[in-house]
Design a protein around this ligand. Sequence first.
Ligand code: FDA
Length: 608
Amino acid sequence: MDDPIETQFLIVGAGPAGASLACFLTMYGLKGMIIASASGTANTPRAHITNVATMECLRDLGIEEEVMKLAHTGSVLQHVRWCESLAGEEYGRVYGFGNAPDRKGEYEHASPSKLVDIPQTLLEPILIRHATTHGFTVRFDTTLLHFEEAAVTEKDSSSGTSIVATVRDELTKREYRIRTKYLFGADGARSKVAKQINLPMVAKPGGGMAINLQVKADLSHLMEHRPGNLHWIMQPGRDDSKDNFGTICVARMVKPWNEWLFTIARPALDPSQGTASNLPNEAYLDRIKEAIGDDTPVEIQHASRWFVNETYAETYSKGNVFCLGDAVHRHPPSCGLGSNTSIQDAYNLAWKIAYVEAGLATPSLLDSYSLERQPVGEGIVTRANDAWRDNAPVWEALGTLPQATNPSALVELKSLTTPEGDARRARLREALAKVQWEYNGLGAEMGQHYVSSGIYLADDEEEFLLGERATRNPILHHEPSTYPGRRLPHVWLNSAVPKHPISIVDLAGHGKFSLFTGRKGGQEWKEAAGVVGKALGLSIEAHSIGFRQDWEDVYYRWEELRGVDESGAVLVRPDRFVAWRAKRLPEGGVSACAAKLEGVMRSILGLE
Ligand code: FDA
């Protein structure tokens, strides 16, 4: 075989995890290669809800505006509905995705970014274009077969490459090798990389299979008075003996209102009967027409299937091999957390790789990737599956529980004079109240808390919340905090010479550490940041916030949230998570601040 191709960073997978990792690495001027067995970017919409935590990552990359141009937000996502058919009777609806009147403000307070609906088919090309125009090459139709740790020879040592991957070009069937220093397994739910490094997996029994049908159908006339991006169509009286497609179908808007994804949830198909994607489209047409409920013309473009998984890895890396995305967390689409978490894995990992590669941190910093992201992955797998299970009471109330279909449920629901009717309507109401957590889980999306050597906790007591903040539902509500390991809370700031307001989130990031301080200790901390930055060869951007400071805390929101005195400081990592905070200015002026800050930075970067 020919000599291997050389690269420093080989990413396996061009989905949201792999493509975004390449983008985040380019923020540090790093160049590398992506391979993907697929022939291109996603050919079915799959992920669509992109939450504000992810949008903040894309904002740091500078592509948020581009995403916004193609994304949908606001009233298009206003409702999630349960109905007899899209044209037929409605049983109930909940506000979705921060659009409830009492939740809108909370979403606005939480982030400068907006939650949007952008199908994976549109997001992935943006990421790939960014990666390839900033230093990464992409080889589609290229499958990783296996990889080996190679001894580092003298020739290699300049680049430090030590992993040799064997890949196959799927067009020519030619096999060749790629030598790399780092290998990233962003290769999805059947990850070869995770398998080869034997990542320990916890797999709970799966919750069945579903079929996705990508469809063109102009349903504008049905959305005029019932807008929403998700519609659960519940048909307990449906005779499914001819197709085993069950009684539940979900219609998801892909493009308002003429592109849709119909999911046949919980079909009673015996997997041995063949796969969903093998069946001819005609087999699905009748089912979709039943779900629509009128004679709108329908064109099926694609059929695929997916499984309801409850699987997560217990660790994410081994040596210089790191896994991310669905390779390490697999779950149903409920709550829309998959692609979001994959992109956030990448955001967490990229700056650490970059700092180690630049010699600004030791490789021990890389251990914090698994320590910080694994609990997040485990948490979202559980959340998405709990949310999936929370649907069962709705299905029961509407008679569509797969193992116990009850056609008379709807008769009972509509009976206005019987106690059974009252009881069924009450059960539906209660079930919908719980299911709403799935569609408005701001807390689940924003409330990550990292604990690792990449966070400096020694100067803080245990975290506790006060009053209402302590008792609110942590899935629904995000409690902003500067406790080390928490996401930097968003606040709007202005400058003394009024400009457009700027979010503190935008002052942080950009690949640098940031230090936020106030009027009383501002000068000392700022000087200390300069001294420490120089000593460590990196940049710590210091900002003083408060009355007539660099940034005016116009709404006094930073004062409310900063968790330190006006003379204190909050240190934020390049991924905009709080690394450490000083309650107040230490005695001893600049040199005391610098000594403390340098100790903290050395600890975080593993330089001690
Ligand atoms: P992904 O599977 O996307 O990509 C894997 C990549 O690896 C591909 O490029 C593939 O070609 C490549 N590959 C695999 N094996 C390889 C090999 N051996 N060699 C080379 N390349 C290889 N998420 C979300 O956040 N919000 C949402 O609203 C939804 N909604 C949603 C709806 C539906 C119906 C589904 C099925 C899923 C969602 N998701 C979601 C989940 C989301 O689609 C999923 O979590 C992400 O695609 C995962 O991204 P990854 O990049 O990890 O894997």
